[in-house]
Design a protein around this ligand. Structure first.
Ligand SMILES: [Ca+2]
Length: 381
């Protein structure tokens, strides 16, 4: 208590006008409505954050009180900050290993069932937003196994922990911490429920939307008057929201996500050859025409759906000690990375969607052959 009083008076000096509104929440703590384990009711950074939010958004006293009361319920999650740290330097990325976590029988079968059960909604999402079912099915499969793993952390706790206790040793700690403060602000401003569960990074629902994505891109796709991304039995809103997200980030209907490439790797090894460095410099940002790739030793078989002016990125997926995998990513590949800024992630989403589509087509073929006599006899009835 002495400690929080100290923080309180220090803050009162620094915040001046915020003094009055701060007074209004002090009795709330005194009555014990916030758990004693919450450091965010009294931490100077948290108080300054709230004061700024109130001022910037010109919140009414009622709204301000609500924001403070909610934040005062946030608990520090000690296990979360270490999860933010990047893999130690020198640990090689391994696409084959990463891929095997997602492109596996259990997830593919769950995807086939999901697609089967929701094919009308997926088709409607494609019609409205131009985004094909396999991409939506790939996202929901990679993110949460179609709602089976939506996260067990309270989003409020995760966001407050990362907003105020982000690990300072992270190479981009300031930027990441600012990001989580923005997400926490959206959570509080839109009065999202303190009990809402999600990932350790604060993402919720089948689609694992962060609060700002929820606010901006989530849609009521089943028309029941509310947006619900968190009920696996009712995935329509999640399906529509994912499609809307990609539509908003510039998904081009009909454009493939990536093309196979052929590389003259022997040429790349020659001393002084800068081709590889040149092509990998823009990373996932599509920057080269197929012709330009070719002039740097990378041959692309361009289908009709990819125009000569369409830009491509050379995507390198490392395989540990083994040779890397290369593909040419299109602008749609880049759009998939807007969901999660990783080419490994995007490729897993795309390949899971393809694997599910293939398994589904196979099942339909064998299923149709299997059921043909029954259908025939039914038709005769
Ligand atoms: Ca709805």
């Amino acid at each position: 208590m002495a400690r929080s009083n100290l923080h309180f008076s220090r803050l009162a000096v620094s915040l001046g006008l915020a003094w009055l509104s701060l007074l209004s929440w002090v009795p709330v703590r005194a009555q014990g409505s916030s758990p004693p384990s919450s450091p965010y009711a009294s931490r100077p950074e948290a108080l300054a954050f709230t004061a700024q939010l109130v001022e910037r958004e010109q919140l009414s006293p009622d709204q301000a009180r609500q924001v403070r009361e909610t934040l005062a319920q946030a608990r520090f999650l000690p296990q979360v900050p270490p999860l933010m740290l990047p893999a130690p330097a020198g640990s090689p990325k391994n696409w084959a290993l990463y891929r095997s976590r997602f492109i596996e029988p259990k997830r593919i079968q769950a995807g086939v069932r999901f697609w089967q059960q929701n094919q009308a909604t997926l088709a409607r999402a494609q019609k409205r937003y131009g985004v094909p079912p396999d991409i939506v099915v790939g996202i929901l499969g990679v993110e949460t196994l179609y709602g089976q793993h939506m996260g067990k952390f309270r989003v409020l706790d995760a966001l407050a922990t990362l907003a105020f206790d982000f690990p300072p040793e992270h190479p981009r700690a300031a930027e990441r911490q600012a990001y989580f403060q923005k997400e926490l602000a959206q959570f509080l401003l839109h009065q999202m429920p303190a009990q809402r569960l999600g990932s350790y990074a604060g993402a919720t629902g089948l689609s694992q939307f962060m609060p700002s994505s929820l606010v901006q891109w989530a849609v009521d796709f089943d028309g029941d008057g509310r947006i619900d991304l968190g009920t696996p039995q009712k995935p329509a809103d999640a399906i529509g929201s994912v499609a809307n997200y990609f539509h908003a980030f510039g998904w081009k209907p009909g454009l493939p996500t990536h093309l196979p490439v052929q590389i003259d790797e022997a040429g790349w090894q020659l001393p002084g050859n800068e081709d590889r460095a040149t092509l990998l410099a823009p990373d996932i940002l599509p920057s080269f025409s197929a012709e330009q790739l070719s002039s740097h030793g990378v041959q692309v078989q361009r289908p009709q759906s990819v125009g000569p002016q369409d830009l491509l990125a050379l995507i390198e997926l490392q395989n540990g000690e083994a040779a890397p995998t290369y593909v040419a990513g299109t602008e749609n590949f880049y759009v998939v990375t807007r969901y999660n800024w990783s080419s490994y992630y995007a490729m897993a989403v795309i390949e899971l969607g393809q694997a599910v589509a293939q398994a589904r087509a196979q099942k339909q073929t064998t299923g149709a052959a299997h059921f043909k006599p029954h259908r025939a006899s039914k038709n005769h009835d």
